[in-house]
Ligand binder design. Structure first.
Ligand code: P1T
Length: 387
């Protein structure tokens, strides 16, 4: 089955079992608990909704299919998914190698929650070179954590090359695939063991549901994740599961539209006199454009750029936009714009931020699916307010 068909059908086959009405849309099962006929046997397979729920099951079947995985789990947020993954694969004293450019919240989780509560150590490396990843490995390294492209500088890493290094040593490779979505990139096909998503972004696509997901094919790892998810209770609600099932149906058409707009905006910005540099993997000028073409089937809807000047110029540009909402998050049908240093990445100390390139003149765009002409006119009008 092809991707465009999977997003609509997997997990939502009409239910013709006895009593089933043949719904083409899976019902929202709100029941917290499920009655049984015998004490020692859950009659329909369900016990309690924290453990499993029919609406969430339908969603998890679809999520697994999209990443070519055997299993998927849906969580209450992307951060909940990340936390459960770390708690399931790491033990006190273990070590993690990770990209030095990451979503600020992920870095905050690593440095300010997990490091102190579990004693796990994190090494941040420029994973654009897989040799940097290899050089950072220790005997106690248990996990390699990657984003590609990174949030917000759009750096890439070679999933296949890094997964090969990890496999030699029995290390788990996890890829946060939020930016590309499974429409453009499938990390498990390149040898990664785990895919993580903030479903709050492209998968849901409408900026109205916070959620997270993990996809894996290894059954032992799945069982460990499921056990932690049930024990901690970090589950996606039935209503959010429904929203996500609904949003995912248009993933393929949305992603093509996001990409087209991002490309047109990136090309426009690249030739704009008030722009210093543009970071979009689909541009010839992107340092890793060749890797992008090899590893992904498209370049997605995210880009960032440096405005000429500094904080003053960035602020007056951002505060004069009409159509772009000045807001955190990404991946919805509406275009968003933000200032990573003051917004999504504010929790990272300035020196650390600047080391990876998140300066005061960096601006990140999540290209929506409105008219590209309208979006470009809005950007140009705001540039007009920058001295
Ligand atoms: O917000 P939440 O659903 O908990 O997901 C966290 C998360 C994980 N991974 C990546 C790559 C992300 O971008 C995010 C959330 N990011 C934003 C809110 C943002 O504006 O970048």
């Amino acid at each position: 089955m092809r991707f465009e068909t999977k997003v609509i059908h997997v997990g939502e086959e009409p239910d013709f079992r006895e009593g089933g009405a043949g719904d083409v849309v899976v019902p929202i099962h709100l029941s917290t608990t499920f009655a049984r006929l015998r004490v020692d046997e859950p009659t329909a397979g369900y016990e309690y909704s924290r453990t499993s729920n029919p609406t969430r099951d339908a969603l998890e079947a679809r999520l697994a299919a999209l990443e070519n995985a055997e299993f998927a789990l849906a969580f209450s947020s992307g951060m909940a998914a990340e936390t459960i993954l770390c708690l399931s694969v790491l033990r006190p004293g273990d070590h993690v190698v990770t990209f030095d450019d990451l979503y600020g919240g992920t870095r905050r989780l690593f440095d300010r929650v997990l490091r102190s509560s579990t004693g796990v150590e994190f090494s941040y490396v420029d994973a654009r070179s897989h040799e940097n990843v290899r050089a950072a490995l220790r005997d106690n390294t248990k996990l390699i954590w990657l984003e590609t492209p990174t949030n917000p500088i759009m750096k890439l890493c070679d999933i296949k090359a890094i997964a090969e290094i990890a496999k030699e040593r029995g290390i788990v490779t996890a890829v946060d695939n939020t930016f590309m979505s499974p429409f453009f990139q499938k990390p498990l096909d390149h040898g990664a063991d785990v895919v993580v998503h903030s479903t709050s972004k492209y998968l849901n696509g409408h900026s109205d549901s916070i959620g997270g997901a993990i996809m894996v094919s290894d059954e032992k790892l799945y069982r460990a994740l499921k056990f932690s998810q049930n024990s901690v209770g970090a589950i996606l609600s039935p209503f959010d599961s429904y929203l996500l099932l609904r949003g995912i149906k248009t993933l393929a058409v949305r992603m093509r539209a996001h990409e087209e707009n991002a490309r047109l905006i990136a090309e426009h910005l690249e030739s704009h006199p008030k722009v210093e540099r543009v970071f979009y993997p689909g541009l010839q000028s992107h340092q890793q454009h060749e890797l992008a073409k090899r590893q992904t089937s498209g370049h997605g809807g995210m880009l960032s750029f440096e405005i000429r000047g500094g904080l003053r110029e960035a602020k007056s540009f951002l505060e004069h936009l009409e159509l772009f909402a000045l807001a955190e998050s990404l991946g919805g049908v509406e275009s968003l714009i933000e200032h990573p240093a003051l917004m999504t990445h504010a929790s990272i100390p300035r020196a650390e931020r600047e080391k990876v390139g998140v300066g005061d003149n960096l601006i990140r765009i999540s290209a929506g699916i409105e008219s590209a002409e309208d979006l470009i006119e809005d950007l140009d009008a705001a540039f007009g307010h920058v001295a």
